[in-house]
Design a protein around this ligand. Structure first.
Ligand SMILES: [Zn+2]
Length: 105
């Protein structure tokens, strides 16, 4: 199982989960039950994971193509470690899992 991305908003995680499930990719949401607590720290944000590691790259590609269809969310973050571009919603590089910082406004 590989974590795909995490987001403080469970609704968003759930949205991507249904997109991936519709593509036939088995997913799992980690920390789902912890959302809604008063103090939520990033380590416990709901996290969308792919169950089967070999689906990971396809899942990333699906989310990327989906992101490109949403106006205003087409910015990508270049990984400081390996130089690959990840969708702006990602907190970690899809390729090497290095931490990504948000793009400058
Ligand atoms: Zn990287």
């Amino acid at each position: 199982m590989i974590e795909l991305f995490r987001d403080p908003e469970m609704a968003r995680v759930g949205q991507y989960q249904s997109i991936l499930e519709a593509e036939g990719i088995a997913t799992f949401v980690r920390n789902e039950t912890l959302s809604g607590t008063e103090v939520v720290i990033p380590a416990f944000y709901p996290a969308l994971c792919v169950v089967d590691d070999k689906d990971y790259e396809r899942a990333v590609a699906i989310i990327r193509s989906y992101e490109q269809e949403v106006p205003g969310s087409d910015e990508e973050i270049r990984c400081p470690q390996c130089g690959e571009l990840s969708p702006g919603t990602f907190s970690e590089c899809w390729n090497c899992q290095a931490a990504l910082s948000a793009p400058a406004p």
